[in-house]
Design a protein around this ligand. Sequence first.
Ligand code: SAM
Ligand code: TMP
Ligand code: ZN
Length: 422
Amino acid sequence: MTHPHCYGGSTVPNEPVAVTCKVCGGHVHEFLDLGRQPLSDAFREPESVAPEFFFRLAVGRCESCTMVQLTESVPREKMFHEDYPYHSSGSAVMRAHFATVARRFLDTELAVPDPFIVEMGCNDGVMLATINQAGVRHLGFEPSNGVAEAARAQGIRVRTAFFEEETAARVRAQEGPAQVIYAANTMCHIPYPESIFRGVDALLAPDGVFVFEDPYLGDLVAKTSFDQIYDEHFFLFSGHSVRAMAEHYGFQLVDVDRLAVHGGEVRYTLARAGARVPSAAVAGLLAEEDASGLSDLTTLRRFGDSVLRVRDDLVALLRRLRAEGSLVVAYGATAKSATVTNFCGIGPELVSYVCDSTPAKQHRITPGKHIPVRPPTAFRDPYPDYALLFAWNHADEIMAKEEEFRRRGGQWISYVPDVRVL
Ligand code: SAM
Ligand code: TMP
Ligand code: ZN
Protein backbone atom coordinates (compact mmCIF):
# COMPACT_ATOMS: atom_id res chain seq x y z
CA MET A 1 0.00 0.00 0.00
CA THR A 2 1.34 3.46 -0.79
CA HIS A 3 1.42 6.02 1.98
CA PRO A 4 0.88 9.72 1.28
CA HIS A 5 3.25 12.41 2.45
CA CYS A 6 1.26 15.05 4.20
CA TYR A 7 1.57 18.78 4.04
CA GLY A 8 0.02 21.65 5.98
CA GLY A 9 -2.95 20.78 8.11
CA SER A 10 -3.84 17.45 6.52
CA THR A 11 -4.19 14.45 8.75
CA VAL A 12 -2.40 11.14 8.48
CA PRO A 13 -3.95 7.72 8.84
CA ASN A 14 -3.08 5.82 12.01
CA GLU A 15 -3.32 2.41 10.41
CA PRO A 16 0.01 0.57 10.16
CA VAL A 17 1.00 0.12 6.53
CA ALA A 18 2.66 -2.93 5.01
CA VAL A 19 6.36 -2.14 4.85
CA THR A 20 9.34 -4.13 3.61
CA CYS A 21 12.75 -4.00 5.24
CA LYS A 22 15.22 -1.58 3.61
CA VAL A 23 17.99 -4.13 4.20
CA CYS A 24 16.66 -7.59 3.42
CA GLY A 25 13.16 -7.04 2.01
CA GLY A 26 11.54 -8.92 4.92
CA HIS A 27 8.28 -7.88 6.57
CA VAL A 28 8.55 -4.97 9.00
CA HIS A 29 6.24 -5.30 11.99
CA GLU A 30 5.28 -1.89 13.40
CA PHE A 31 5.46 -1.65 17.21
CA LEU A 32 5.25 2.07 18.00
CA ASP A 33 3.35 4.95 16.39
CA LEU A 34 4.64 8.42 17.34
CA GLY A 35 2.10 10.20 15.16
CA ARG A 36 2.27 13.17 12.84
CA GLN A 37 5.71 14.77 12.92
CA PRO A 38 7.51 17.62 11.17
CA LEU A 39 11.11 17.58 9.92
CA SER A 40 13.13 17.56 13.13
CA ASP A 41 15.67 20.15 11.99
CA ALA A 42 13.28 22.50 10.15
CA PHE A 43 13.51 25.54 12.41
CA ARG A 44 11.19 28.19 10.94
CA GLU A 45 11.27 31.96 10.71
CA PRO A 46 8.57 33.14 13.16
CA GLU A 47 6.75 35.03 10.42
CA SER A 48 6.86 32.19 7.89
CA VAL A 49 3.50 31.16 6.40
CA ALA A 50 4.94 28.39 4.21
CA PRO A 51 3.15 25.07 4.72
CA GLU A 52 5.03 22.74 7.05
CA PHE A 53 5.96 19.23 5.93
CA PHE A 54 4.60 16.42 8.07
CA PHE A 55 4.99 12.67 7.92
CA ARG A 56 3.88 9.73 10.03
CA LEU A 57 6.60 8.66 12.46
CA ALA A 58 6.26 5.00 13.32
CA VAL A 59 8.84 2.35 14.01
CA GLY A 60 8.92 -1.37 13.34
CA ARG A 61 11.19 -4.42 13.41
CA CYS A 62 12.05 -6.66 10.48
CA GLU A 63 10.84 -10.18 11.13
CA SER A 64 13.80 -11.62 9.16
CA CYS A 65 16.93 -9.60 9.98
CA THR A 66 15.66 -7.82 13.18
CA MET A 67 16.55 -4.35 11.86
CA VAL A 68 14.53 -1.69 13.67
CA GLN A 69 13.53 1.04 11.23
CA LEU A 70 10.99 3.74 10.46
CA THR A 71 8.02 2.65 8.40
CA GLU A 72 8.14 5.82 6.30
CA SER A 73 11.20 7.68 5.01
CA VAL A 74 11.44 11.39 4.27
CA PRO A 75 13.08 12.43 0.95
CA ARG A 76 16.73 13.10 1.77
CA GLU A 77 16.86 16.54 0.11
CA LYS A 78 14.17 17.75 2.53
CA MET A 79 16.47 16.99 5.48
CA PHE A 80 19.99 17.64 4.18
CA HIS A 81 20.50 20.88 2.30
CA GLU A 82 22.22 24.28 2.36
CA ASP A 83 20.52 25.33 5.62
CA TYR A 84 20.93 22.12 7.64
CA PRO A 85 21.41 23.71 11.05
CA TYR A 86 23.28 21.03 13.04
CA HIS A 87 26.93 21.88 13.62
CA SER A 88 28.83 18.98 15.15
CA SER A 89 31.52 21.23 16.67
CA GLY A 90 28.98 22.89 19.00
CA SER A 91 29.90 20.52 21.84
CA ALA A 92 33.35 20.47 23.49
CA VAL A 93 32.77 16.85 24.52
CA MET A 94 32.04 15.83 20.92
CA ARG A 95 35.09 17.75 19.64
CA ALA A 96 37.27 15.78 22.07
CA HIS A 97 35.52 12.53 21.15
CA PHE A 98 36.18 12.95 17.42
CA ALA A 99 39.80 14.05 17.96
CA THR A 100 40.30 10.73 19.78
CA VAL A 101 38.63 8.81 16.94
CA ALA A 102 40.92 10.49 14.41
CA ARG A 103 44.07 9.85 16.45
CA ARG A 104 43.12 6.18 16.79
CA PHE A 105 42.82 5.84 13.01
CA LEU A 106 46.14 7.66 12.52
CA ASP A 107 47.86 5.23 14.91
CA THR A 108 46.34 2.07 13.38
CA GLU A 109 44.64 1.72 9.99
CA LEU A 110 46.24 4.88 8.57
CA ALA A 111 49.79 4.02 9.69
CA VAL A 112 50.65 2.83 6.15
CA PRO A 113 52.34 4.52 3.17
CA ASP A 114 50.11 7.21 1.56
CA PRO A 115 46.97 6.48 3.60
CA PHE A 116 43.52 7.70 2.51
CA ILE A 117 40.39 8.09 4.67
CA VAL A 118 36.90 8.97 3.47
CA GLU A 119 34.16 10.19 5.80
CA MET A 120 30.47 10.31 4.99
CA GLY A 121 28.57 13.04 6.82
CA CYS A 122 31.70 14.94 7.86
CA ASN A 123 29.55 17.95 8.76
CA ASP A 124 31.71 20.94 9.84
CA GLY A 125 34.87 18.82 9.86
CA VAL A 126 34.83 17.91 13.55
CA MET A 127 36.69 14.61 12.92
CA LEU A 128 38.61 15.39 9.71
CA ALA A 129 40.20 18.49 11.29
CA THR A 130 42.64 16.25 13.21
CA ILE A 131 43.31 14.12 10.11
CA ASN A 132 43.98 17.26 8.08
CA GLN A 133 46.34 18.63 10.74
CA ALA A 134 48.30 15.37 10.53
CA GLY A 135 48.69 15.93 6.77
CA VAL A 136 46.87 12.70 5.88
CA ARG A 137 44.99 12.39 2.57
CA HIS A 138 41.25 12.56 3.19
CA LEU A 139 37.88 13.38 1.65
CA GLY A 140 34.57 14.22 3.29
CA PHE A 141 31.18 13.68 1.71
CA GLU A 142 28.72 16.24 3.01
CA PRO A 143 25.49 17.04 1.12
CA SER A 144 24.57 19.92 3.46
CA ASN A 145 26.61 22.70 1.92
CA GLY A 146 26.40 25.18 4.81
CA VAL A 147 28.24 22.87 7.19
CA ALA A 148 30.50 21.62 4.35
CA GLU A 149 31.66 25.23 3.86
CA ALA A 150 32.55 25.44 7.57
CA ALA A 151 34.81 22.40 7.07
CA ARG A 152 36.36 23.82 3.89
CA ALA A 153 37.15 27.06 5.73
CA GLN A 154 39.60 24.99 7.84
CA GLY A 155 41.30 23.53 4.76
CA ILE A 156 39.47 20.19 4.89
CA ARG A 157 38.66 18.54 1.54
CA VAL A 158 34.90 18.11 1.22
CA ARG A 159 32.64 17.16 -1.65
CA THR A 160 29.11 18.56 -1.42
CA ALA A 161 27.43 15.29 -2.33
CA PHE A 162 25.63 12.30 -0.87
CA PHE A 163 27.86 9.26 -0.46
CA GLU A 164 26.30 6.51 -2.58
CA GLU A 165 27.35 3.99 -5.21
CA GLU A 166 28.05 6.44 -8.05
CA THR A 167 29.80 9.15 -6.03
CA ALA A 168 31.96 6.61 -4.18
CA ALA A 169 32.96 4.83 -7.41
CA ARG A 170 34.02 8.15 -8.91
CA VAL A 171 36.33 8.83 -5.97
CA ARG A 172 37.84 5.34 -6.31
CA ALA A 173 38.58 6.01 -9.98
CA GLN A 174 40.11 9.41 -9.28
CA GLU A 175 41.92 8.88 -5.98
CA GLY A 176 42.41 5.15 -5.42
CA PRO A 177 41.21 2.93 -2.56
CA ALA A 178 40.61 4.09 1.02
CA GLN A 179 41.96 2.25 4.07
CA VAL A 180 39.11 3.64 6.18
CA ILE A 181 35.55 4.69 5.37
CA TYR A 182 34.02 6.30 8.44
CA ALA A 183 30.59 7.64 9.34
CA ALA A 184 29.37 9.02 12.68
CA ASN A 185 25.67 9.57 13.27
CA THR A 186 25.13 9.26 9.54
CA MET A 187 24.64 5.58 8.59
CA CYS A 188 21.47 5.48 10.68
CA HIS A 189 20.22 8.45 8.61
CA ILE A 190 20.42 6.55 5.33
CA PRO A 191 17.47 4.39 4.17
CA TYR A 192 19.34 3.16 1.07
CA PRO A 193 22.00 0.80 2.50
CA GLU A 194 22.35 -1.18 -0.73
CA SER A 195 23.79 1.82 -2.57
CA ILE A 196 26.01 2.65 0.42
CA PHE A 197 27.48 -0.85 0.60
CA ARG A 198 28.06 -0.95 -3.15
CA GLY A 199 29.87 2.36 -2.79
CA VAL A 200 31.93 1.04 0.11
CA ASP A 201 32.74 -2.10 -1.89
CA ALA A 202 33.97 0.04 -4.79
CA LEU A 203 36.06 2.42 -2.70
CA LEU A 204 37.43 0.38 0.20
CA ALA A 205 40.92 -1.17 0.00
CA PRO A 206 40.89 -5.02 0.12
CA ASP A 207 41.92 -5.02 3.79
CA GLY A 208 40.20 -1.74 4.64
CA VAL A 209 37.58 -1.11 7.32
CA PHE A 210 34.17 0.49 7.18
CA VAL A 211 33.52 2.02 10.61
CA PHE A 212 30.32 3.69 11.77
CA GLU A 213 28.93 4.79 15.12
CA ASP A 214 25.28 5.46 15.82
CA PRO A 215 22.73 5.47 18.68
CA TYR A 216 22.38 1.96 20.08
CA LEU A 217 19.00 0.26 20.33
CA GLY A 218 20.07 -1.30 23.63
CA ASP A 219 20.50 2.15 25.22
CA LEU A 220 17.29 3.39 23.64
CA VAL A 221 15.30 0.58 25.23
CA ALA A 222 17.14 0.71 28.57
CA LYS A 223 16.62 4.49 28.89
CA THR A 224 13.24 4.82 27.14
CA SER A 225 14.95 7.48 25.03
CA PHE A 226 12.21 7.55 22.41
CA ASP A 227 13.42 10.96 21.26
CA GLN A 228 16.19 9.12 19.38
CA ILE A 229 13.41 8.26 16.95
CA TYR A 230 12.86 11.00 14.34
CA ASP A 231 12.97 11.55 10.58
CA GLU A 232 16.78 11.52 10.34
CA HIS A 233 17.22 8.42 12.51
CA PHE A 234 15.80 5.95 10.02
CA PHE A 235 17.58 2.91 11.49
CA LEU A 236 18.05 2.05 15.16
CA PHE A 237 20.94 -0.38 15.07
CA SER A 238 21.80 -3.32 17.30
CA GLY A 239 24.71 -5.76 17.11
CA HIS A 240 22.40 -8.39 15.64
CA SER A 241 20.87 -6.16 12.97
CA VAL A 242 24.21 -4.68 11.92
CA ARG A 243 25.76 -8.14 11.68
CA ALA A 244 22.85 -9.23 9.47
CA MET A 245 23.16 -6.09 7.33
CA ALA A 246 26.91 -6.56 6.92
CA GLU A 247 26.49 -10.19 5.85
CA HIS A 248 23.66 -9.31 3.47
CA TYR A 249 26.09 -7.10 1.54
CA GLY A 250 29.18 -9.36 1.65
CA PHE A 251 30.82 -7.79 4.71
CA GLN A 252 31.48 -8.99 8.24
CA LEU A 253 31.08 -7.34 11.63
CA VAL A 254 34.58 -7.64 13.12
CA ASP A 255 34.52 -5.30 16.12
CA VAL A 256 32.18 -3.29 18.33
CA ASP A 257 32.77 -0.60 20.96
CA ARG A 258 30.17 0.75 23.36
CA LEU A 259 30.33 4.55 23.50
CA ALA A 260 28.89 6.89 26.11
CA VAL A 261 28.32 9.82 23.73
CA HIS A 262 24.86 10.91 22.55
CA GLY A 263 23.13 8.89 25.23
CA GLY A 264 24.75 5.57 24.29
CA GLU A 265 26.11 4.46 20.94
CA VAL A 266 27.97 1.55 19.41
CA ARG A 267 30.87 1.86 16.98
CA TYR A 268 30.72 -0.98 14.45
CA THR A 269 33.79 -2.03 12.47
CA LEU A 270 33.09 -3.95 9.27
CA ALA A 271 35.55 -5.63 6.91
CA ARG A 272 35.11 -7.65 3.74
CA ALA A 273 33.83 -11.16 4.55
CA GLY A 274 36.76 -13.34 5.63
CA ALA A 275 39.32 -10.53 5.65
CA ARG A 276 39.62 -10.22 9.45
CA VAL A 277 38.94 -12.30 12.55
CA PRO A 278 36.03 -10.89 14.61
CA SER A 279 36.99 -9.71 18.11
CA ALA A 280 35.58 -11.25 21.28
CA ALA A 281 33.62 -8.02 21.79
CA VAL A 282 31.32 -8.94 18.89
CA ALA A 283 30.31 -12.25 20.45
CA GLY A 284 29.98 -10.47 23.81
CA LEU A 285 27.53 -7.86 22.51
CA LEU A 286 25.47 -10.47 20.65
CA ALA A 287 25.27 -12.64 23.77
CA GLU A 288 24.19 -9.65 25.85
CA GLU A 289 21.45 -8.86 23.33
CA ASP A 290 20.27 -12.47 23.35
CA ALA A 291 20.15 -12.51 27.15
CA SER A 292 18.08 -9.30 27.33
CA GLY A 293 15.83 -10.26 24.42
CA LEU A 294 16.64 -6.90 22.84
CA SER A 295 15.28 -7.78 19.40
CA ASP A 296 12.12 -9.53 20.64
CA LEU A 297 8.83 -7.90 19.78
CA THR A 298 7.69 -8.25 23.40
CA THR A 299 10.70 -6.18 24.52
CA LEU A 300 10.03 -3.55 21.89
CA ARG A 301 6.32 -3.41 22.73
CA ARG A 302 7.20 -2.99 26.42
CA PHE A 303 9.46 -0.12 25.38
CA GLY A 304 6.43 1.38 23.59
CA ASP A 305 4.40 1.16 26.82
CA SER A 306 7.18 2.96 28.73
CA VAL A 307 7.16 5.72 26.11
CA LEU A 308 3.46 6.39 26.76
CA ARG A 309 4.14 6.53 30.51
CA VAL A 310 6.97 9.06 30.06
CA ARG A 311 4.75 11.20 27.83
CA ASP A 312 1.92 11.26 30.38
CA ASP A 313 4.26 11.97 33.32
CA LEU A 314 6.04 14.78 31.48
CA VAL A 315 2.87 16.53 30.37
CA ALA A 316 1.36 16.21 33.87
CA LEU A 317 4.48 17.74 35.45
CA LEU A 318 4.66 20.64 32.99
CA ARG A 319 0.94 21.40 33.43
CA ARG A 320 1.31 21.42 37.20
CA LEU A 321 4.34 23.73 37.12
CA ARG A 322 2.55 26.10 34.78
CA ALA A 323 -0.55 26.10 36.95
CA GLU A 324 1.67 27.05 39.91
CA GLY A 325 2.92 30.04 37.91
CA SER A 326 6.50 28.81 37.39
CA LEU A 327 8.61 29.95 34.46
CA VAL A 328 9.57 26.78 32.57
CA VAL A 329 11.95 26.91 29.61
CA ALA A 330 13.90 24.24 27.75
CA TYR A 331 17.62 23.85 27.03
CA GLY A 332 18.92 22.52 23.68
CA ALA A 333 16.79 22.82 20.54
CA THR A 334 17.78 19.30 19.57
CA ALA A 335 16.40 17.40 16.58
CA LYS A 336 15.36 14.82 19.17
CA SER A 337 13.11 17.32 20.92
CA ALA A 338 10.86 17.56 17.85
CA THR A 339 9.65 14.05 18.69
CA VAL A 340 9.09 15.00 22.35
CA THR A 341 7.21 18.23 21.70
CA ASN A 342 5.09 16.92 18.84
CA PHE A 343 4.32 13.51 20.31
CA CYS A 344 3.56 14.87 23.80
CA GLY A 345 1.81 18.02 22.60
CA ILE A 346 4.19 20.48 24.26
CA GLY A 347 4.08 24.03 22.87
CA PRO A 348 4.85 27.55 24.15
CA GLU A 349 1.89 27.31 26.55
CA LEU A 350 3.93 24.77 28.59
CA VAL A 351 7.54 25.68 27.72
CA SER A 352 8.04 29.40 27.10
CA TYR A 353 11.18 29.16 24.95
CA VAL A 354 14.18 26.94 24.22
CA CYS A 355 17.76 28.17 24.67
CA ASP A 356 20.37 26.94 22.22
CA SER A 357 23.92 27.95 21.30
CA THR A 358 23.47 27.29 17.54
CA PRO A 359 23.16 30.61 15.67
CA ALA A 360 21.26 28.91 12.80
CA LYS A 361 18.49 27.89 15.23
CA GLN A 362 18.25 31.09 17.25
CA HIS A 363 15.38 33.56 16.69
CA ARG A 364 13.51 30.83 14.87
CA ILE A 365 10.67 28.61 16.12
CA THR A 366 10.77 24.87 16.65
CA PRO A 367 9.27 22.54 14.03
CA GLY A 368 5.60 21.71 14.52
CA LYS A 369 5.06 23.18 17.97
CA HIS A 370 6.59 26.61 17.25
CA ILE A 371 8.38 27.23 20.53
CA PRO A 372 10.71 30.27 20.19
CA VAL A 373 14.45 29.50 20.18
CA ARG A 374 16.66 31.99 22.00
CA PRO A 375 20.41 32.23 22.61
CA PRO A 376 21.84 30.98 25.94
CA THR A 377 22.09 34.60 27.15
CA ALA A 378 18.26 34.54 27.40
CA PHE A 379 18.59 31.64 29.86
CA ARG A 380 20.29 33.96 32.34
CA ASP A 381 17.94 36.91 31.89
CA PRO A 382 15.89 36.07 33.87
CA TYR A 383 16.81 32.61 35.12
CA PRO A 384 13.72 30.37 34.86
CA ASP A 385 12.34 28.30 37.74
CA TYR A 386 12.68 25.07 35.77
CA ALA A 387 14.66 24.03 32.69
CA LEU A 388 13.60 21.02 30.66
CA LEU A 389 16.80 19.42 29.39
CA PHE A 390 16.14 18.52 25.76
CA ALA A 391 19.91 18.06 25.20
CA TRP A 392 20.07 15.43 27.97
CA ASN A 393 22.92 13.71 26.12
CA HIS A 394 25.05 16.80 26.82
CA ALA A 395 23.89 17.06 30.46
CA ASP A 396 27.33 17.26 32.11
CA GLU A 397 28.63 19.89 29.69
CA ILE A 398 25.50 22.05 29.92
CA MET A 399 25.02 21.78 33.69
CA ALA A 400 28.65 22.72 34.25
CA LYS A 401 28.23 25.73 31.97
CA GLU A 402 25.02 26.81 33.68
CA GLU A 403 26.04 26.17 37.30
CA GLU A 404 24.70 29.54 38.38
CA PHE A 405 21.13 28.47 37.45
CA ARG A 406 21.14 25.86 40.19
CA ARG A 407 22.88 28.11 42.68
CA ARG A 408 19.99 30.53 42.31
CA GLY A 409 17.47 27.77 43.06
CA GLY A 410 16.67 26.68 39.49
CA GLN A 411 15.91 23.02 38.85
CA TRP A 412 16.56 20.83 35.82
CA ILE A 413 13.86 18.51 34.51
CA SER A 414 14.87 15.31 32.73
CA TYR A 415 12.66 12.70 31.05
CA VAL A 416 15.40 10.13 30.43
CA PRO A 417 15.15 7.40 31.67
CA ASP A 418 12.03 8.72 33.42
CA VAL A 419 10.51 12.05 34.32
CA ARG A 420 12.19 13.67 37.29
CA VAL A 421 13.16 17.02 38.73
CA LEU A 422 16.90 16.89 39.39
N1 SAM B 1 29.34 13.13 11.66
C1 SAM B 1 28.81 14.28 12.33
C2 SAM B 1 28.59 13.99 13.80
O1 SAM B 1 28.61 12.85 14.20
O2 SAM B 1 28.35 14.95 14.54
C3 SAM B 1 27.52 14.78 11.68
C4 SAM B 1 26.29 13.99 11.97
S1 SAM B 1 24.83 14.73 11.29
C5 SAM B 1 23.66 14.19 12.47
C6 SAM B 1 24.52 13.74 9.87
C7 SAM B 1 25.21 14.29 8.64
O3 SAM B 1 25.12 13.33 7.56
C8 SAM B 1 24.60 15.57 8.11
O4 SAM B 1 25.60 16.57 8.10
C9 SAM B 1 24.08 15.19 6.72
O5 SAM B 1 24.14 16.26 5.81
C10 SAM B 1 24.97 14.03 6.35
N2 SAM B 1 24.45 13.04 5.38
C11 SAM B 1 23.19 12.57 5.22
N3 SAM B 1 23.15 11.64 4.24
C12 SAM B 1 24.41 11.51 3.76
C13 SAM B 1 25.03 10.72 2.72
N4 SAM B 1 24.34 9.86 1.99
N5 SAM B 1 26.35 10.86 2.52
C14 SAM B 1 27.09 11.74 3.26
N6 SAM B 1 26.57 12.51 4.23
C15 SAM B 1 25.24 12.40 4.48
P1 TMP C 1 22.46 17.04 19.71
O1 TMP C 1 21.90 16.41 20.95
O2 TMP C 1 21.80 16.56 18.46
O3 TMP C 1 23.96 16.98 19.66
O4 TMP C 1 22.06 18.58 19.78
C1 TMP C 1 22.48 19.38 20.84
C2 TMP C 1 21.86 20.78 20.74
O5 TMP C 1 22.09 21.45 21.97
C3 TMP C 1 22.44 21.62 19.64
O6 TMP C 1 21.42 22.37 19.00
C4 TMP C 1 23.41 22.53 20.36
C5 TMP C 1 22.79 22.66 21.73
N1 TMP C 1 23.78 22.85 22.80
C6 TMP C 1 23.74 24.03 23.56
O7 TMP C 1 22.87 24.88 23.33
N2 TMP C 1 24.70 24.21 24.53
C7 TMP C 1 25.66 23.29 24.78
O8 TMP C 1 26.48 23.48 25.67
C8 TMP C 1 25.67 22.06 24.02
C9 TMP C 1 26.69 21.00 24.28
C10 TMP C 1 24.71 21.89 23.04
ZN1 ZN D 1 15.34 -7.16 7.25
